[in-house]
Design a protein around this ligand. Structure first.
Ligand SMILES: O=P(O)(O)OC[C@H]1O[C@](O)(COP(=O)(O)O)[C@@H](O)[C@@H]1O
Ligand SMILES: [Mg+2]
Ligand SMILES: [Mg+2]
Length: 289
């Protein structure tokens, strides 16, 4: 029930965020803790999620990509404060200027942050495409919803129950500049590109949604210039790994499930590879050579 409330709050707030993007496409002077420029929309969405999520009694703490520390809930007696939520308030926010797909990522952990992916009790993303959809992994199954505003309330209409990755993979999307890929990953990419179609749009959740829908593999690998890759474990790696694994696929940092990576810092980066099990098995075998 409480996890449901967290998911519903993110659904409602995400629609509000989507509706407020138009006037917030410019860059601010600030940088986030990962050293990236922040849009007005990044900061605004972060504040909305902080306010709405910390208002829920069972939420003990809020962390996001856009702020350095974890914000603890102030309450002392009401609520059990079991859940620690990590949010990427806008994933793929550089797509806002070009009006391409982007959205919101949520991880609900039952352990203080930074936490292991195995401590996730639910994860979700909201995708702002031609429709607003939400994919939620909880209690061992993945559900896809369409979010629609109905007056003041938001309807979460179920479109796919028990979502699983298709057996026959079709698409791939790999981030990072090609000359910056380590030799092992490049060898893998050269094989995959002869088998699957390229779909890469620069917003992880949109690219992962292609993989969930058509089957395939998404990766933002470790790079020569940055072996830890670009994506963040708490806000991006763990939640998508939890969703893809719950949908019957696999995740990997190159050696092990992302859900088993030891969390050391809240903004820690990690190489991300997710998709059909046999494609991730092959990736690990190729990288291991
Ligand atoms: O511009 P690049 O290097 O392709 O990076 C794209 C990746 O960066 C991200 O946009 C990072 O997310 P943020 O927008 O939350 O910083 C991912 O969504 C995406 O996979
Ligand atoms: Mg992101
Ligand atoms: Mg972001």
């Amino acid at each position: 029930m409480t996890v449901e409330r967290i998911v519903r709050t993110v659904a409602e707030t995400s629609l509000e965020v989507r509706e407020g993007l138009a006037g917030r496409r410019g860059y601010e002077d600030e940088e986030n803790p990962s050293g990236e420029k922040q849009l007005a929309a990044d900061l605004w969405a972060d504040e909305l999620f902080e306010e709405r999520l910390l208002d829920i009694e069972s939420v003990a703490a809020y962390a996001s990509e856009e702020r350095s520390g974890v914000v603890e809930a102030e309450r002392t007696s009401n609520g059990d404060g079991r859940y620690h939520v990590a949010v990427d308030p806008l994933d793929g926010s550089s797509n806002l200027r070009t009006n391409n797909a982007m959205g919101v990522l949520l991880g609900v952990y039952d352990s203080p942050l930074p936490a292991r992916g195995r401590d996730l009790v639910a994860s979700a993303y909201v995708l702002f495409g031609p429709l607003t959809t939400m994919v939620v992994a909880v209690d061992g199954s993945v559900t896809e919803y369409v979010l629609e505003r109905d007056g003041k309330s938001v309807e979460m209409r179920t479109v796919t129950e028990e979502l699983t990755l298709p057996d026959e993979p079709t698409v791939y999307g790999f981030g990072g500049r090609v000359p910056d890929w380590p030799a092992g990953f490049e060898n893998y990419a050269r094989e995959i590109e002869t088998e699957l179609k390229l779909r890469y749009g620069g917003a992880m959740i949109a690219d992962v949604n292609q993989v969930l829908t058509y089957g395939g593999v998404f990766a933002y690998p470790g790079l020569e210039s940055r072996p830890e890759g670009k994506l963040r474990l708490q806000f991006e790696g763990n939640p998508v790994a939890h969703i893809v694994e719950t949908a019957g696929g696999r995740s990997s940092d190159g050696e092990r499930s992302l859900l088993d990576v030891t969390p050391e810092r809240i903004h820690q980066r990690v190489p991300v590879h997710v998709g059909n099990t046999r494609l991730i098995d092959r990736l690990e075998a190729t990288l291991g050579n």
